[in-house]
Design a protein around this ligand. Structure first.
Ligand code: ATP
Ligand code: MG
Length: 300
């Protein structure tokens, strides 16, 4: 039928906090495409992949219904939709392939500055504004607290000042929005990152192979982003101490230096960034010519 495609369909957020990084991730995986702002679909030029650009709220449902094969979405939206569909007895399954390294935020309870908050029971019987009624209900049920909903898709943070609610349950990253609205965070109810998901509906072997290939490239891209290539010169007598300071560098390569028997060159892949204070400790141990370089790709 028209809705079956031999091309792999991946849903990403059209515009918002996840869109740039979702596109960037796919590009880093070697998927070439050009976005036309007017178009819902972007066809890849070099792989049998179509990108579907939609509201983030639509992504979990599209994957769970098998309309698209994959999606990149915040865990908060995924989990909210999953609970919603479970209560409605609609298809609610999908495979979370992995968490990604962007889209970090938390869903938190917040109340006006003048509210004296002790614990979640301080909200007993009160009205709470949120765009995440299911995650909020799950949290409040676990604590056996009854409350009243005020469902808002946007402007949740102004609800208390507008007299619509006593508190809110909203996404926070820095807390600046809460601060600007005279609210303070009292409880984190859910921590979220972006994640990549796959539909559970039957894939052709060719599509599954492509999904596996993308996932393995995503793993490589994220591992490379988390790693650094470190080069330095070290005195042989402090070599062991210097190697011990390199974060997550198990087996560095140690090479002789021309015309210098007291010093060696070290090449190491570190699983973390090398911070200034570690660099200073390294120099204190006699290390010199320290280079920290980004890694573009990683495999195997
Ligand atoms: P859409 O128009 O696609 O529905 P939206 O307004 O619902 O967009 P955005 O504000 O772009 O969504 O946020 C998308 C996702 O980004 C959130 O669901 C969350 O996972 C993540 N995120 C990261 N930091 C924040 C933050 N400070 N506030 C809100 N969301 C954040
Ligand atoms: Mg949305």
């Amino acid at each position: 039928t028209m809705t079956e495609s031999t091309r792999l369909r991946i849903a990403i957020q059209k515009s918002g906090r996840l869109s740039t990084e979702s596109q960037q991730l796919l590009k880093s995986c070697g998927v070439k495409f050009t976005i036309n702002e007017q178009r819902l679909i972007a066809h890849s030029d070099n792989m049998p992949i179509d990108l579907l650009r939609v509201r983030d709220d639509d992504i979990p449902g599209l994957v769970m219904d098998g309309v698209v094969d994959m999606g990149i979405i915040g865990e908060n939206v995924l989990e909210e939709e999953q609970i919603e569909r479970q209560t409605l007895n609609k298809p609610a399954d999908c495979l979370k392939l992995r968490q990604l390294d962007f889209g970090s935020c938390r869903l938190s309870l917040a109340v006006p500055k003048e509210f004296s908050y002790k614990d979640p029971s301080s909200l007993e019987g009160l009205r709470i504004a949120t765009s995440y009624p299911n995650l909020l209900r799950r949290f409040m049920q676990e604590k056996s607290i009854t409350y009243r909903d005020c469902l808002l898709k946007g402007s949740v943070e102004v609800a208390p000042r507008a007299g619509l609610a006593d508190g809110i349950c909203d996404l926070v990253s820095s807390g600046a929005t809460l601060e600007a609205n005279g609210l303070y965070e009292t409880e984190v109810i859910y921590r979220s990152m972006a994640c990549i998901i796959q539909s559970t509906q039957t894939q052709t072997p060719a599509k599954q192979a492509l999904i596996d290939k993308i996932l393995s490239r995503v793993n490589g891209v994220i591992r490379a982003r988390e790693s650094k290539y470190i080069l330095l010169h070290a005195p042989t007598e402090t070599l062991a101490q210097i190697v011990a300071l390199l974060p997550g560098a198990e087996n560095p390569t140690v090479l002789p230096l021309n015309d210098d028997t007291n010093r060696v060159a070290i090449h190491a892949v570190s699983t973390e960034d090398l911070f200034w204070d570690t660099m200073e400790q390294l120099t204190a141990l006699g290390a010199s010519s320290i280079l920290v370089m980004p890694i573009e790709k990683m495999m195997g």
